[in-house]
Every structure is written in C-alpha cells, then in structure tokens.
Design a binder for this molecule. Sequence first.
Ligand SMILES: Nc1ncnc2c1ncn2[C@@H]1O[C@H](COP(=O)(O)OP(=O)(O)OP(=O)(O)O)[C@@H](O)[C@H]1O
Ligand SMILES: O=c1ccn([C@@H]2O[C@H](COP(=O)(O)O)[C@@H](O)[C@H]2O)c(=O)[nH]1
Length: 236
Amino acid sequence: MAKQRVLVKFSGEALAGESGYGVDTSILKFIAEEIKQLIDSGIEVGVVIGGGNIIRGVTAAKDGIIKRTSGDYMGMLATVINAVAMQEALEYLGMRVRVQSAIKMEQICETFIVRRAIRHLEKGRIVIFAAGTGNPFFTTDTAATLRAIEIGADMIIKATKVDGVYDKDPNKYSDAKKLPTLSYDEALADNIKVMDDTSIALAKENKLPIVVCDMFKKGNLLAIMQGDYEKCSIVK
Ligand SMILES: Nc1ncnc2c1ncn2[C@@H]1O[C@H](COP(=O)(O)OP(=O)(O)OP(=O)(O)O)[C@@H](O)[C@H]1O
Ligand SMILES: O=c1ccn([C@@H]2O[C@H](COP(=O)(O)O)[C@@H](O)[C@H]2O)c(=O)[nH]1
C-alpha cells in the first residue's frame, strides 16, 4: 500500500507565543512532537511555516518607506529563520530533516528541487519548504498548496490559531458558526479569509483537499490523517 503523504502548513504568527515576537522553543517542541506522531505512523511529512511572527511584506511596506517587493523578500527570509528553528526542534526529538529554500542560500540549507524533496520524503525525512514560493506578492499558504501539489501530497493541513473554517472570522465575531465541510467555491466567499484565494484556487484546480485545524490541539494531526475530521474543517 502506498504511504500517506501530507503537507502541513503551520502558522508563523503562533510560533511567537505570549511574547508576540520571535520563536518560542516550547511551541517548537510541541509542534515537533505532533509531527513525530505522523512520522512514527509511517506518514511522509512536508512542512511549510509562515513568517507572521517576524515580518510580513504588507506590514513592512505600510508607510511607503520600504517597497512592497523588498518587504515580501524580508517576509520570505523570516520563513527561513522559522524553518531553521523548526529543523532544530525536530532533530532534537530524533527525526531526520532537510530544509529546502525557494531562494538559494547554500550555507544554510538546500535549494528547492522537487525530485530531491520527494526522495527525502521516501527515505522518511521531513522536508521543510522555506522562503515561500520565492516570489513576492504571494503567501506561505499559496507556497504550501503549491508544494503539496508538487510533491503529490494527499492533502494539505493548515494548522493555525482557529479550529476550522467559520461562516465569518471567529476572532472578530463571537456568533460565527463552524463549517465542518465546504466546497472550494464556498471557501472562496468574501467572508472566509482563513486562506488566501490564490491557494484555494490552486487546490481546487488540482483537487487537493484542505483541512483547517487548531495547531495546539494535541493529537489533531494524526487524528486527521487517520480520517477523523471531527475537530477541524475540510474544504474539498
Ligand atoms: N471565516 C473564517 N474562518 C476561520 N478563520 C478566519 C475566517 N476569516 C478569517 N479568519 C482568520 O484567519 C486566521 C488564520 O489565517 P492566517 O493566515 O492569518 O493565520 P496564520 O496561519 O497564523 O498565518 P501566518 O503563517 O502568516 O502567521 C484566523 O486566525 C482567523 O482570524
Ligand atoms: O511566496 C511567498 C511567501 C511569502 N511571502 C512574504 O513572506 C511573508 C510571510 O508569509 P506569511 O504567509 O504571511 O506568513 C508574507 O507576508 C509575504 O510578505 C512572499 O512574498 N512570497
């Protein structure tokens, strides 16, 4: 039987923990333990981490001093910082890891080569895809969807600060209702901003299921891979 392969996208913003900035090692360790459950079950795991705990292009460019493109490259570099930190936490727990960056930085990590990434996955190594797509004006959600499709993942899991997709932003509206299952077209509606439209359109075109779940719920990732979608939302 073919092994399951998944791409998990973790919130960068949530890595900061209570300090609101940088990387909280206890959060890194928690995530590494969740990934270990997948690896120990024989699942092949690709990872993308956002950069929101450090900088986003839109924020960097908000007063016009820093150009948006430069801000976006700063954001992509932030994801490399997070990837290197996560690599350490995974190795600390005994897993084998490779970081592949969409922007060449050969002293720090490998450059993204899809065939090489697949080979790492087949050997049981976790591959962390860093530096987004390598292009400004995109997000790590789009990068994660792109990489998921390229490596032939069975699904993409967006592990974030909310436990699913709601009919409106649950962080803004206390009466928001959770939607356990929705179509790609429903996920593209204006009120649903849990993932950007580019990533959803890409997933739709390639029939890649998207699962949105709470990254801090212990055992969530493995449960999802075992077919339990109780505590999340699925877009398909
Ligand atoms: N309809 C919705 N359902 C669920 N969450 C929504 C919805 N609309 C907006 N959101 C917001 O989407 C957020 C998750 O997406 P976002 O890309 O901001 O997070 P992230 O994964 O932390 O990103 P990054 O990796 O860039 O830090 C939630 O925290 C929530 O406030
Ligand atoms: O393909 C990409 C991916 C990301 N960026 C920039 O990086 C930051 C951080 O990513 P988040 O998805 O917001 O966590 C993003 O805001 C962009 O500025 C990019 O330019 N291209």
